[in-house]
Design a protein around this ligand. Structure first.
Ligand code: G6P
Length: 369
């Protein structure tokens, strides 16, 4: 009965709403009750390899690739390990340099994506240690890896990934914190604080979900747009990419995600009064810079929909709409800020009469090249 829409009109909406519990399922049993330790049983055997890795390569496709990009920021910030994020399809057909002290992490909801599977087989042959982050238990990718962590998000039916993404990010966040602690780049007090922050995410998402009607009204305002831009900086840049992907996949509105500072090198030319610009602008170390990016958009009459930290007054005065998310540590901001973007995309697609759960030309799992 898990594969039932229940009270929801679409699987995607159901899966958006499941996120407080699916994220909880991802960290259940992996964070100690006193919230001071992280255990990832599936990667115990490769922990020495991981802690000593000279480099981590993450391969994935689609939404899983965006989760990988979040992972890159977190691993570098907290574990101080250099990370390269690769599209599996590009990686496998280049002649990539792979060393025996590299760890390759493959991220895949289905565990069946042909390019990702081929990429890990190739890296394995060349001696790398392969770790999987997959949702479907017993699928092909986990069977090819040396070790792995299941996301336990439960079955995801909607083609546009939502809860699988937040569970992938949750696993990567736990791995980054744990590796940081093991490598000594995270001191104990901060480690515990970060774990605590992560455990607060489900409640904070519940809070965001209570603004669904307000977000739906914003969707109504922009449902007829033909183009849109998503901006973010740092760990929220991949969230901008993911927000843009969600909108284009299900509503067929052209959407681009960009690092906010790169806007001046191209996308700024597109901004006019018809251009909705979604900006991820929660309080973090790049807050002042993102405020200037919003001013740049407004100076060109663009419409700004900003995702901000609760209580933000500065951006409220500048933006056309603000969507508030609870205050949080910046390491977990991707998990919160992606939620309103999923909801906006969902409602825009529904209002445009699109087949939300099965968008044209897309497949849930791409098992061919
Ligand atoms: C398809 C799906 C996406 C998914 C991607 C990668 O394009 O429509 O939602 O992100 O494949 O799938 P995977 O199962 O490897 O995460």
């Amino acid at each position: 009965d898990e594969i039932d829409k229940g009270e929801y009109e679409h699987f995607m909406l159901k899966e958006i709403h499941e996120q407080p519990s699916s994220i909880g399922d991802t960290f259940r049993g992996r964070i100690s009750i006193d919230k001071t330790k992280i255990f990832l049983g599936g990667i115990i055997d490769v922990m020495p390899k991981l802690t000593q890795a000279k480099r981590i390569i993450i391969v994935a496709c689609g939404t899983s690739w965006h989760a990988a990009m979040v992972g890159e920021y977190l691993f570098e910030e907290y574990a101080r390990i250099p990370v390269e994020v690769e599209y599996a399809s590009e990686f496998r057909y280049r002649n990539p340099v792979i060393n025996a002290d590299d760890v390759l992490i493959a991220i895949s909801q289905s565990g069946e994506t042909a390019d990702t599977l081929a990429a890990i087989k190739m890296a394995k042959k060349q001696g790398a240690t392969i770790v999987g982050i997959c949702n479907v238990v017993g699928s092909s990718i986990p069977r090819e890896t040396h070790a792995g962590v299941y996301t336990h998000a439960g079955p995801e039916i909607g083609v546009a990934s939502t809860k699988a993404f937040t569970s992938q990010v949750t696993v990567l966040t736990m791995m980054a914190f744990m590796l940081g602690r093991k490598r000594g780049s995270l001191y104990d007090e901060l480690y515990k604080q970060l774990i605590q922050e992560l455990t607060l995410v489900p409640e904070k998402i519940k809070h965001i979900l209570r603004s669904e009607q307000y977000i739906k009204d914003i969707a109504e305002t922009y449902k007829d747009a033909s183009n849109s831009l998503y901006l973010g900086r740092g760990v929220l840049f991949p969230v901008a990419l993911e927000g843009a992907l969600k909108l284009k996949e299900i509503s067929y509105i052209h959407a681009e995600g960009y690092p906010a500072a790169e806007m001046k090198h191209g996308p700024i030319a597109l901004i006019d009064e018809n251009m909705p610009v979604f900006v991820l602008a929660t309080k973090d170390k790049s807050y002042e810079k993102i405020v200037s990016n919003i001013q740049e958009v407004k100076a060109r009459n663009g419409k700004v929909i900003a995702v901000v930290t609760e209580g933000d007054q500065t951006i409220k005065k500048l933006a056309d709409h603000v969507i508030e998310v609870p205050d949080c540590h910046e390491s977990v901001a991707p998990l919160l800020t992606v939620i309103p973007l999923q909801i906006v995309s969902y409602y825009i697609a529904v209002m445009r009469g699109c087949n939300v759960d099965q968008p044209r030309n897309l497949a849930k799992s791409v098992t061919v090249e």
